[in-house]
Write a protein that binds this ligand. Structure first.
Ligand SMILES: Cc1ncc(COP(=O)(O)O)c(C=O)c1O
Length: 454
């Protein structure tokens, strides 16, 4: 009998997060203040002290508070699966493994940081948080995190997703949060956008501006971000730490290729940071790590490596990252969580240094892959995750051609149970591909902030 599920005991779960900043061969360029453009720690009013500290820490290991571990234990450790049925369907000699984060209560990896962020804010005496959400996964996760610690939450949800996914809003409300479509009339940023374009479908950058403005104008409120920043990636390393341990101890293997999707980069970096360390220190020089993004929002594959704001209005910190320009408005494709103009600076830095690679895939091919996965492994995956599944299948098919039995590890970020409208559009032939045109990238890049060299 071939083993299918590999899982750690609760008592063997990680008790510390791994901080890649301790092991980077060149330090990460610090964020810049959005107004002064000086190297800065995050503007203090936005985040609580402990989160600011983690953002800039170079300590290799950071303790996971016991209160956070106790909530992690309600769904963690998550299972590492061997995809025997997918391998058979593809007739590939490749060994495919996937770590499935869809078993959290909110359905994705997002609670790994939501619970931690809610905990630190509660400890700092914060009564109210604001945030943005694209697909609704992050908004739901933080609603759950805030519910556990008794914090009020307001979520600005990108308008196109708000209407594509009404059940995500209801899920947030069930956990006690308030959710409004962005751009909204509730902030100055939203009012200005609506005055220019009442039909605007919104973007993550715009929703971030609204949430940041709300937090900055209310004394009792802090802002919370679900991806991109270092502390978010840090909290997500619980995925990679569990995977590495269970894979090496129970499956007796180490990946040749790791594949995941990147929106702001948190789920995939959370998976690969504990592995990329082995590539940096030279113990696993041949390990390949493939970041997958949509051709409709090709941040790393077509964007510029430049200083840019994290949001549309220029209220969030400026980061050195691959960017499509902060005023980029993505086409309304279904992978709402992958429609962000920028990317986690840690991922961009590792890409620039040559430790990880990136690939863009079109929407239709991702749904085709998602259907193959659903019809072999049974799991109906989030449209975001389908991007990673596409490349996993492509790499497994390459193994079929070459006869190589490579070990491929897929970071499976979540289920697609709230994405039935997207599946229906695909199954009824209504879904379209969209390549983001090169001229539009050039246009958006004309508005980058002019950051002085320091
Ligand atoms: C299921 C799922 N996967 C991936 C992502 C992309 O985000 P990140 O790159 O931060 O993991 C999202 C974002 O909403 C998501 O919901």
């Amino acid at each position: 009998m071939e083993k299918t599920k590999f899982t750690l005991d609760e008592k063997d779960m990680p008790t510390q997060w791994y901080n890649i900043q301790a092991d980077l061969p060149e330090p990460l360029p610090p964020l810049r203040h959005p107004q002064t453009m000086e190297p800065t720690i995050l503007p203090p009013p936005l985040f609580c002290d402990e989160i600011n500290k983690q953002e800039f820490s170079t300590e290799r290991w950071i303790d996971i508070p016991e209160e956070v571990q106790a909530i992690y234990r309600t769904w963690r450790p998550t299972v590492l699966h061997r995809a025997h049925r997918l391998e058979k369907a593809l007739d590939t000699p490749a060994k495919i493994f996937y770590k499935y984060e869809g078993t959290s209560q909110a359905g994705s990896h997002k609670p790994n940081t939501a619970v931690a962020q809610a905990y630190y804010n509660k400890k700092a005496g914060i009564k109210r948080l604001t945030t943005e959400t694209g697909a609704g996964q992050w908004g739901s996760a933080l609603s759950m995190g805030c519910m556990f610690f008794g914090i009020e939450l307001k979520v600005y949800m990108v308008k196109v997703s708000f209407y594509q996914k009404p059940y995500r809003r209801i899920l947030m409300e069930t956990w006690g949060a308030t959710c409004v479509p962005s751009p909204s009339p509730d902030t100055k940023t939203g009012q200005a956008v609506l005055a220019r374009d009442p039909e605007c479908t919104g973007s993550l950058g715009m929703a971030i501006s609204e949430a940041v403005e709300d937090a900055a104008t209310h004394d009792d409120t802090k802002y919370s971000l679900g991806s991109v920043l270092n502390h978010v990636l840090l909290h997500q390393t619980v995925i990679g730490l569990e995977t590495k341990k269970v894979m090496m101890e129970q499956a007796d293997t180490y990946p040749d290729i790791i594949v995941g999707c990147i929106g702001g980069g948190s789920n995939f970096a959370g998976m690969y940071l504990p592995f990329v360390k082995d590539k940096i220190d030279g113990t696993k020089p041949d390990l390949r790590i493939i970041n997958v993004e949509p051709t409709s929002c090709p941040t790393v594959t077509k964007g510029l490596y430049a200083w840019d704001y994290g949001d549309v209005a220029g209220l969030a910190p400026i980061a050195l990252m691959y960017t499509l320009g902060h005023d980029f408005i993505p086409p309304p494709v279904h992978a709402g969580g992958l429609r962000y103009h920028g990317m986690a600076p840690i991922i961009c830095h590792l890409h620039k240094l040559g430790f990880v690679e990136a690939r863009a895939v079109p929407q239709l091919a991702t749904f085709e892959a998602g259907i193959t996965f659903a019809r072999s492994e049974g799991i109906v995956s989030a449209p975001e995750t389908n991007h990673a599944i596409r490349v996993t299948i492509d790499e497994a098919l390459k193994c079929k051609e070459t006869g190589e039995a490579k070990t491929i590890l897929l970071a499976h970020s979540g289920h697609g149970h709230f994405d039935m409208a997207a599946y229906e559009a695909y199954l009824s032939g209504k879904l379209k591909d969209y390549d983001y045109p090169e001229e539009k990238v050039k246009e958006a890049l004309a508005h980058l902030p002019q950051v002085p060299q320091s």
